[in-house]
Design a protein around this ligand. Structure first.
Ligand SMILES: Nc1ncnc2c1ncn2[C@@H]1O[C@H](COP(=O)(O)OP(=O)(O)OP(=O)(O)O)[C@@H](O)[C@H]1O
Length: 254
């Protein structure tokens, strides 16, 4: 059934940030959100995650109104990769990943060897096993982003919401992580909803694109169709050129 957003409006104080949003996130698909800084992408993702409450409208998770879910039920269904995090105490990468299991444990239950093996497997898959014992606070921005993605993957939820998941990664790791995200989505029928600042990544990796401008959806559709010169010009107010490469179509800002 997925996630359905109906007539959603949201304001911070008097400033309306999202206007009449209607969206359907179907099971197993990858969605890319594109929009300028401040267009409302993070706010929309936080509303889906129930980190913010809608002013008007409804969000349905698997056909049931989000407001009828308990907090921990939402965490069991939707994993979150934030843009970044601040942790004020020292913690190893492994211990941080173990904390990701908390919503899934019973009262007083502690993560065990089985959980550790799951985490080790994903550390290998994301190719960051060497970070296992490092202090989270000593990681580079890109390394931290890969740990946050690993934590979301080990939680094994049906939905993963990611806020600019590859913004700190070098080009090689961007490609590697996006390949991994797509592989996991296809293999386990997971729904991925992510904001990305690179329209070419949305075109290449997402099934559908959602175009946000000043809190309104100005386009939603099949990614390779919706990411086009006309829509990019409307979002960025800049001309774009279409370039055909051996690896598909790309758009570059002029
Ligand atoms: N806690 C808050 N209180 C008041 N205004 C906020 C708050 N958080 C965000 N805003 C404002 O809401 C608008 C949308 O912000 P949001 O973070 O959703 O944008 P975004 O599209 O994710 O931007 P970016 O690409 O820079 O991450 C911006 O004008 C921002 O200043």
């Amino acid at each position: 059934m997925g996630i359905e957003i109906k007539n959603l409006n949201f304001s911070y104080g008097k400033k309306q940030v999202l206007k009449n949003i209607n969206l359907n996130f179907e099971k197993g698909k990858i969605y890319g959100l594109l929009g300028l800084n401040g267009s409302g992408k993070t706010t929309l993702l936080k509303l889906v995650l129930n980190l913010l409450k809608e002013d008007q409208g409804m969000i349905f998770l698997e056909g049931r109104a989000k407001k009828d879910y308990r907090e921990e039920e939402i965490s069991k269904n939707i994993a979150y990769v934030p843009q970044s995090i601040t942790i004020t105490y020292d913690i190893s990468v492994m211990d941080f990943l173990m904390m990701g299991f908390n919503p899934f444990l019973k009262l007083f239950e502690k993560p065990n060897r089985e959980h550790e093996e799951i985490a080790e497997d994903y550390l290998r898959q994301v190719q960051i096993s060497h970070l296992r014992e490092k202090n989270l606070n000593s990681l580079s921005g890109g390394e931290l982003q890969m740990v946050l993605i690993t934590r979301a993957l080990i939680q094994n939820t049906d939905f993963i919401v990611m806020d600019e998941p590859v913004s700190n990664l070098d080009l090689k790791n961007q490609r590697y992580i996006m390949d991994k995200i797509r592989e996991v989505s296809r293999k386990y029928n997971k729904t991925m909803i992510m904001s990305l600042h690179d329209p070419n990544l949305i075109r290449k990796y997402c099934d559908r694109a959602i175009l946000l401008k000043q809190g309104e959806i100005i386009g939603e559709g099949i990614a390779v169709e919706s990411i086009n010169r006309k829509n990019l010009r409307e979002i960025y107010d800049m001309p774009f050129e279409k370039i055909e490469t051996t690896n598909g179509t790309n758009y570059v800002a002029l």
